[in-house]
Design a protein around this ligand. Structure first.
Ligand SMILES: [Zn+2]
Length: 92
């Protein structure tokens, strides 16, 4: 239970919950709550379980991108060497 921020009563009810996005594309649930004791209303945001999983996916994707970048760099280095040879041959 989410205690009321005003009177600290645990007697709060969820009036409405809907999916939303917070920050940089984090999925979350936005909940409208109302206190059953003092009728105070407030909103809470709950991130959907698996922020950790999301972080791991981002890490995996970053690793794949790094590897691809390294591959591209080595390919472009080889191409440079090859181009250098071809130019040297033409000059020769
Ligand atoms: Zn209250």
């Amino acid at each position: 239970m989410m205690p009321c921020p005003k009177c600290d009563s645990a007697n709060s009810i969820v009036k409405d919950s809907r999916p939303t996005m917070i920050g940089t594309g984090h999925a979350a649930i936005r909940r409208r709550r109302a206190c059953g004791k003092c009728t105070y209303r407030w909103t809470t945001f709950e991130t959907i379980g698996g922020d950790q999983r999301l972080g791991q996916q981002v890490k995996k994707l970053t690793a794949v991108l790094q590897r691809a970048t390294q591959d591209l760099q080595s390919v472009s280095a080889e191409l440079n060497i090859e181009a250098g040879r071809l130019l040297a041959d033409e000059d020769g």
